[in-house]
Design a protein around this ligand. Structure first.
Ligand SMILES: Cc1ncc(COP(=O)(O)O)c(C=O)c1O
Length: 288
């Protein structure tokens, strides 16, 4: 992939190069994390599952009473344009909307106009071997706010959790919410398989309803794999037959060990493998 350094960042209503892609210091995203975002996967230069991402962006913004500066279709057109502007074949498009720039106050300012940023980046892929062997994860406390269903740019607790995983030599931090159960990963949704049945946390304020999660549930139904949306405990995770996480960038990633303890046989199990293959097939079918 040869990357172009031309005008590939959409900011303040136009495409500019990295040197000109600047936002004001009083942008509320910068000072208050007052914004929402999406990450759309790009395969072969084309955006995958674009509409569900746009719909989730609209929902996140509406939950924060934030307007989008363009129509959803116009944002979609920018997302489709972004990979070609940078020569990105295998990568992602990042979309961010903030409430805009205004003198710093906590309440919504009257005169701020929402600001939109769109650009494509090449993907830093996980090593192919990890999909064969399964990855390591650790369980950490879920210290996020109570509206995890909104894809807000306030990712500090997620970043702190991911750093704990990194320091433990693990790929992902799995979040345990006191009184609720296992919720999700720091940047992924979590699934287990027990007695042939798939389980994942219900779409609720405790998790981000992942686009990949929903596709995997759909694929499971097509493959006649029973699935339940319920919260499970850390003990149920550790004693599961299989476990995996899903996200736009990782797709379906099997987990071999959690907190150093093997999950099932300690390698990707049959249900996980079926869903990994079905997901790749879905990508092929949509992208061509
Ligand atoms: C907290 C959290 N949960 C789940 C996901 C997976 O969502 P998706 O499949 O839409 O990428 C993400 C993705 O970044 C995330 O940050």
């Amino acid at each position: 992939m040869t990357l172009s350094n031309a005008d590939y960042i959409f900011v303040n209503g136009k495409w500019v190069g990295p040197g000109e892609a600047l936002v004001p210091v009083e942008d509320r995203g910068y000072q208050l994390a007052d914004g929402v975002y999406e990450v759309v996967r790009v395969y072969g230069g084309r955006a995958f599952a674009l509409q569900p991402h746009l719909d989730r962006l609209a929902r996140s913004a509406a939950e924060l009473e934030m307007d989008l500066p363009l129509t959803l279709d116009e944002v979609g057109a920018l997302v489709k344009e972004a990979p070609g502007r940078r020569g990105v074949e295998d990568g992602q498009v990042y979309i961010q909307v903030t409430r805009g720039a205004a003198p710093r106050v906590h309440h919504f300012p009257e005169d701020a106009r929402p600001s939109l940023v769109v650009y494509a980046s090449p993907l830093r892929r996980q090593p192919a071997a990890l999909y064969e062997t399964g990855a390591d994860a650790v369980v950490v406390p879920d210290e996020r706010w109570l509206r995890c269903d909104i894809k807000s740019i306030n990712l500090l607790p997620n970043a702190l959790a991911k750093e704990k995983a990194r320091r433990a030599g693990a790929l992902e931090a799995l979040l345990l919410r006191e009184g609720v159960g296992m919720t999700e990963g720091s940047s992924s949704n979590l699934f287990i398989v027990r007695d042939g049945r798939l389980e994942t946390a219900p779409a609720s304020r405790w998790i981000l309803r992942g686009i990949t999660r929903d596709i995997v549930l759909e694929l499971a139904a097509q493959a006649h794999i029973p699935a339940a949306e319920r919260f499970f405990s850390k003990e149920e995770l550790l004693s599961a037959d299989e476990a995996f996480v899903t996200s736009t960038t990782m797709e379906v990633m099997p987990l071999a060990r959690v907190d150093g303890q093997a999950i099932g046989a300690g390698r990707p199990g049959p249900v996980t493998k079926t869903l990994m293959a079905a997901f790749r097939e879905r990508v092929r079918a949509e992208i061509g």
